[in-house]
Write a protein that binds this ligand. Structure first.
Ligand code: SIN
Length: 289
């Protein structure tokens, strides 16, 4: 099979065919994949069968890996793997079960947010009719930026926003998530940070809107009401249906997404005994500019 990149009909996303990630990829094939990732922001590899070591090795081709701040959900033998799952071991969650409840970009609450993430599906829940549950939606925040009118672009250029893990936690608590816990250690490891509202991709040069409903606490330097309204307006704009790709998971899917020009949202429409279990690796980024 030859490597084939098939773009989706949405402003982001493409399927990569003809690649078996359980085998070594030569540099030429990897260069095609990396270019496609920069161009399409989200890449899908179907029907993969990879163990932890293979996922780590493929992920490292894109850059250095993060060890996630929420260390209670790390893979016990491979700390660079974050377990995303609703599965319980007794009364303990084996993974982060409420990841992606709100639109967000991974680690936007860190001073140096993540460049990208790779999520490999091991178990996917289904409804009684066999349809997959637990879809993930991805929005192109660069398409959203391009669609802004000139006055709004001018208004937001140079603005900065505050991001915090505590903001995400407060939202989960407000929405009645019984397991939402944020220890003082985690709070100290991820104090509030400030990033530009518009960021420029270091490779493609494209601008994107960099605020999200889950992790942005507020826009700075504006009267409170105006800042709140602008944040809501930008978040709603970024996730308009025309900017969104909805991924319906199958076990064996590996998705890689670019956290700079995208946001994502995980739909929680399943519950045990429907099991969802995935492995995420997270690529280290650079400070947003
Ligand atoms: C995440 O936000 O990284 C998890 C997304 C998902 O569970 O689909």
């Amino acid at each position: 099979m030859t490597l084939d990149i098939r773009p989706f009909e949405t402003p982001l996303g493409a399927e990569v065919r003809g690649v078996d990630l359980s085998q070594d990829l030569d540099d030429a094939a990897f260069a095609v994949i990396e270019r496609a990732w920069n161009e399409h922001s989200v890449l899908l590899f179907r029907d993969q069968s990879i163990d932890e070591a293979r996922q780590l090795a493929f992920s490292r081709r894109f850059g250095d890996l993060e060890i996630h701040v929420l260390d209670q959900y790390l893979h016990p033998e491979h700390p660079e793997i974050l377990i995303v799952s609703n599965v319980m071991d007794g009364d303990r969650h084996v993974g982060i079960y409420d990841a992606g409840r709100y639109w967000h970009t991974d680690l936007s609450y860190m001073a140096v947010p993540s460049r990208g993430s790779l999520l490999y599906a091991i178990e996917i829940p289904h409804d009684a009719a066999g349809e997959p549950l637990g879809d993930t939606l991805f929005a192109s925040t660069s398409a959203a930026y391009d669609a802004l009118d000139a006055a709004t672009r001018h208004r937001i250029s140079g603005l900065k926003a505050e991001f915090s893990l505590a903001n995400r936690h407060a939202r989960l608590v407000a929405d009645g998530d019984p397991g939402a816990v944020l220890s003082d250690t985690h709070r100290d490891r991820a104090p509030p940070v400030v990033h530009p509202v518009v960021r420029t991709h270091p490779i493609t040069g494209r601008r994107s809107i960099y605020v999200n409903e889950g992790q942005t606490a507020g826009i700075l330097g504006l009267p409170e009401d105006e800042a709140r309204d602008l944040l809501h307006e930008l978040c709603a704009h970024c996730t308009r249906p025309e900017f969104v790709y909805r991924h319906r998971w199958r076990a064996g899917d590996l998705l890689i997404w670019d956290n700079i020009p995208t946001q994502h949202l995980a739909i929680c429409d399943y519950a045990l005994p429907q099991r969802r279990y995935l492995h995420r690796t997270t690529l280290r980024g650079t400070p947003p500019q």
